[in-house]
Write a protein that binds this ligand. Structure first.
Ligand SMILES: Cc1cc2nc3c(=O)[nH]c(=O)nc-3n(C[C@H](O)[C@H](O)[C@H](O)COP(=O)(O)O)c2cc1C
Ligand code: SF4
Length: 478
């Protein structure tokens, strides 16, 4: 039941498996989102353990655990916290719950199914780094998450976990809930800060606007992803060594992944970080259980819609950023989109590119104009009106957004060597390059699907054909 008295559906999508459950342990409990259930299952014990230590000790624990950021870049939280300048106050925590990367829906489940775990993580972070106030920003469309987090905040305030002199200590902090208006680019941390300040959600230039130095209201600010923070109660309770026993040395713990597309069991899974391979995740019965009956894997997007695509050649790679980058892609937001042999590749690329073109905030020309061009050119190819010149044009437009070699996977079938991630870019943020990524992957890895679809034209024919029919032959004076 919601605070306003309406019945709200629990988000579908979580699939339990044998992995130790650090952040999803309450996902299949009845009323796992309530404070009673949270307290009955060890809730707020991590906060109590943290408050028994000095803030520096808690910070050191998070640094020793190597909690990699789960919002996309994978930067270790403990090290990021260390970038805060000493003695500048106030300083803020901003929780990034704007999750909108295509394919990604793990943070939504964390907020809907275990909101107190997130709140406890925020409190531990504020205590460790001496943050004065926390702003929790939730994407506009996530009504259930907003209601559940709002209720959880009210309950936690009433029980003395948030506010003044928390649990009788001299640690005090407020958490402010903010609802977004539904813009993908606001997930970018500086755009999120702009939005919180009441401005249009457009990214700022970095440098100088690195949030740890110049963030919300010009003050030092830590921006962390929902899942990153949700790991902290477990670490505070069990210690960094126990966390490091799970996963690999460079990617400890677990991570949440959201799988969508042509597998038998799409859903959100908590998997062992660093060592689980894409083959295990997509084909093992414990996880997605393989492709549909009689179907084969054609390609998959390994890290959210922005990530360059992988082929079956890359299935044995593990969820380890340092192994994925050299192979031409990224783990990003942990969203895997699976395409089987029935997938129309130009259409799939067009669908993703259309999203990024639509979400461009318009601040920089290569993204604002280039994204729209990519979408339109690809659109006419998909509709059967494209020419061979359009294929070159797509790459030329991409070059204006990302000059130089763009990353891609290797392909045994095509005799292609991988080009490593990342890329150069002419834009302020990654939305521009994200519009090009699906186009580039599709053209590079599946050239035959485009060759079949376009008409062969010379440069001259193309330029004549580009003149709209109704203008041909008209005099200037007309
Ligand atoms: C276009 C764009 C969208 C993003 N969307 C999100 C998002 O929805 N959620 C998120 O946590 N990070 C998102 N990020 C990454 C954030 O800028 C930031 O790196 C992250 O919130 C930091 O948290 P972490 O260190 O805990 O991962 C996005 C980045 C870009 C460029
Ligand atoms: S890359 Fe696109 S979304 Fe990002 S700042 Fe530039 S115009 Fe805006």
């Amino acid at each position: 039941m919601s605070p306003t008295g309406t019945e709200i559906a629990q988000a579908p999508g979580f699939v339990a498996n044998e992995t130790p459950r650090i952040v999803t342990s309450r996902f299949d409990l009845e009323n796992g989102h309530t404070i009673d259930q949270y307290l009955a299952t060890g809730g707020y014990e991590g906060l109590r353990a943290a408050l028994d230590k000095t803030p520096d000790q808690v910070h050191a624990d998070v640094r020793d655990a190597t909690v990699l950021g789960r919002g996309g870049a994978g930067f270790p939280a403990g090290i990021k916290w260390g970038f805060m300048p000493a003695d500048v106050w106030p300083r803020y925590l901003v929780v990034n719950g704007d999750e909108s990367e295509p394919g990604t829906y793990k943070d939504r489940l964390l907020m809907e199914l275990d909101p107190h775990q997130l709140i406890e993580g925020c409190l531990i972070a504020c205590y460790a780094v001496g943050l004065s106030q926390c702003f929790l920003y939730i994407r506009g469309e996530m009504a259930v998450a907003q209601e559940r987090v709002a209720q959880a905040l009210n309950d936690a305030y009433a029980a003395g976990y948030i506010g003044k002199n928390i649990l009788g200590t001299d640690f005090s902090v407020d958490i402010v809930l903010h609802w977004g208006a539904g813009a993908y680019v606001v997930g970018e941390e500086t755009a999120l800060i702009e939005s919180l300040e009441g401005n249009r959600g457009m990214p700022r230039l970095k440098p100088p606007y690195f949030p740890a130095a110049i963030g919300l209201y010009g003050k030092p600010t830590i921006v962390n992803n929902v899942e990153t923070l949700a790991n902290l109660p477990w670490i505070a309770k069990n210690g960094p060594d126990a966390y490091r026993e799970i996963g690999t040395e460079s990617s400890p713990g677990t991570r949440m992944v959201a799988v969508s597309g042509h597998v038998k069991r799409p859903g959100v899974y908590e998997i062992i970080n660093g060592s689980t391979t894409f083959r295990q995740l997509l084909f093992d019965d414990e996880y997605c259980g393989g492709m549909g009956e009689g179907r084969t894997l054609k390609a998959f997007v390994p890290g959210g819609g922005s990530a360059p695509w992988f082929l079956p050649d890359q299935l044995d790679l593990p969820f380890e950023g340092s192994e994925i980058g050299p192979q031409g892609s990224m783990l990003g937001s942990g969203a895997i989109m699976v395409m089987d042999d029935t997938t129309d590749i130009p259409k799939a690329a067009h669908s993703l590119t259309r999203f990024y073109a639509h979400e461009s905030c318009g601040k920089c020309v290569p993204c604002r104009e280039g994204g729209t061009w990519l979408e339109k050119i690809l659109g006419r190819i998909v509709d059967g009106h494209g020419t061979t010149r359009d294929l070159e044009l797509l790459m030329e437009v991409g070059e204006t957004i990302c000059p130089g070699d763009f990353p891609h996977a290797s392909s045994e079938r095509l005799g292609l060597e991988a080009v490593r991630f990342p890329y150069q870019m002419t834009t302020i943020c990654f939305v521009g390059p994200s519009a090009f990524a699906p186009v580039h992957s599709a053209l590079t890895l599946f050239p035959e699907e485009f060759a079949d679809r376009v008409t062969e034209v010379s440069e001259h024919e193309h330029s004549v054909g580009a003149v709209p029919v109704e203008l041909k032959g008209m005099a200037i004076s007309d």
